[in-house]
Design a binder for this molecule. Structure first.
Ligand code: HEM
Ligand SMILES: N[C@@H](CC(=O)c1ccccc1NC=O)C(=O)O
Length: 295
C-alpha cells in the first residue's frame, strides 16, 4: 500500500504536447522578449565591493517602488482625462486601481524592515548624497495630487530632462482642479477665478467650494456620484498619508535620529510632511457639516 502511494506521488508535471517550445524563429516573441527581461534583470547592480548582502534588497525595493510610482502616475493622468470628459465610471475604476497600487507601495515597508540597522550601515555610506528626496517619480505624483511645492525642484536643476517633465506636471491642472471644472459643468457655482487660476500655484481651499461640498454631502441621495468620487479622493489621500507615516516610522527604526543622506534633519523632516493635505475643501467641509448640525 505504502509503495503504491509512493508510485502515485507526483514528482514532475511534464508538459502538454501542444505547449510551444520552439522559439528559434526570431519573430516568435518569448516572455523574456516581451518584458525585456535581459535589460530589466541587469539593472540590480550592487555598489559595494565586495557587495553587502542587503544591497540587493535595498535596490530592488526602490526599483519596484519606482515602477509602482510610474504606474500610479499613469493612472492619475488617466483619471484626470476621464474627469475632463465627464466619464465618471472609468474615473472611479482607475481610482480603485490607484488605491491598490498604494497598498502595494505600503507593503514594501514590511519587506524593507527585515533589514537591521547594522545591515544598512554596511553600505549606507556608499549612497553619498543620493536620497529618495530626489525621486522625480514621487514628485510628479505630489504635483498632480496638488502639492505644488516648487522648492522641491531645486535638486533637479542640473538635469534639463527631469526639469522639463516636472515643470510640465507643475503647470498642468491637478486632479482636484479638474474636479472643480467638473463641478462647474454640473451647474455648481464654482468661482471663475478658481477655474482660471495659475495651476502652478498650490490650492489651499476656498469657503465657496466648501459650501458646494456641504450641499453634496448633505444630499447624497441626489449627488451620489459626486459624493462617491470625493470619498475615493479621501481614500487616496489617507493611503498617501499612511505611506508617509510608514516611511517615517521605518526610517526611525533603521537610522534613528541621524540626518538624511540628502541633507535634511531626517525623521523630523519626514514627519513634517504628515501635516500636508491635498484636498483641503473635503476636510473643511467636514468641520462645516458638524458646526451647522449643532446650530
Ligand atoms: C532604509 C530605507 C530608507 C531610509 C533610511 C530613508 C530615509 C529617508 C530620509 C532621511 C529622507 C529625507 C531626505 C534626506 O535627507 O535624505 C527620505 C526621503 C524620501 N524617501 Fe526615503 N528612506 C528609505 C527608503 C525609502 C523607500 C523604499 C522609498 C521608496 C521610493 C523612499 C522614498 C523617499 C521619498 C520619496 C522621499 C522624499 C519625501 C518627501 O519629500 O517628503 N525612501 N528618505
Ligand atoms: N536618505 C536615506 C538614503 C536614501 O534615501 C536613499 C538613497 C539612495 C537610494 C534610495 C534611497 N532611499 C530613499 O529615501 C538615508 O539617509 O539613509
Amino acid at each position: 500500500m505504502a509503495d503504491q502511494n509512493k508510485k502515485n506521488r507526483l514528482s514532475q508535471r511534464g508538459i502538454e504536447d501542444t505547449l510551444v517550445t520552439d522559439f528559434a524563429d526570431k519573430h516568435r516573441k518569448t516572455y523574456g522578449d516581451f518584458l525585456q527581461l535581459k535589460t530589466l534583470l541587469s539593472l540590480q547592480k550592487t555598489f559595494q565591493d565586495p557587495a553587502q548582502p542587503d544591497e540587493m534588497l535595498f535596490i530592488i525595493i526602490h526599483q519596484v517602488s519606482e515602477l509602482w510610482l510610474k504606474l500610479m502616475h499613469h493612472q492619475l493622468v488617466e483619471v484626470r482625462r476621464f474627469l475632463r470628459q465627464d466619464d465618471f465610471g472609468p474615473a472611479m475604476k482607475n481610482l480603485d486601481r490607484i488605491k491598490a497600487i498604494q497598498r502595494q507601495l505600503i507593503a514594501a515597508w514590511d519587506t524593507l524592515l527585515t533589514m537591521t540597522p547594522a545591515d544598512y550601515m554596511t553600505f549606507r555610506h556608499a549612497l553619498g548624497n543620493s536620497s529618495g528626496f530626489q525621486s522625480y517619480g514621487y514628485r510628479q505624483i505630489e504635483f498632480i495630487l496638488g502639492n505644488k511645492d516648487t522648492s522641491t525642484l531645486k535638486v533637479h536643476e542640473h538635469d534639463p530632462e527631469v526639469m522639463e517633465m516636472l515643470n510640465a506636471a507643475l503647470t498642468k491642472p491637478s486632479l482636484y482642479d479638474e474636479v472643480l471644472q467638473m463641478l462647474a459643468r454640473q451647474g455648481f457655482d464654482v468661482p471663475q477665478e478658481l477655474l482660471e487660476r495659475d495651476f502652478s500655484q498650490p490650492y489651499t481651499g476656498d469657503p465657496r467650494v466648501v459650501k458646494i461640498w456641504t450641499e453634496i454631502y448633505r444630499n447624497t441621495d441626489k449627488y451620489w456620484d459626486l459624493y462617491a468620487l470625493a470619498e475615493k479622493l479621501m481614500d487616496v489621500e489617507s493611503l498617501f498619508q499612511r505611506w508617509r507615516f510608514d516611511h517615517a516610522t521605518a526610517v526611525e527604526r533603521v537610522i534613528g535620529m541621524q540626518p538624511g543622506t540628502g541633507g535634511s534633519s531626517g525623521v523630523a523632516f519626514l514627519r513634517k510632511a504628515l501635516e500636508l493635505k491635498f484636498f483641503h475643501d473635503l476636510y473643511d467641509m467636514r468641520s462645516e457639516l458638524m458646526y451647522n448640525q449643532g446650530a
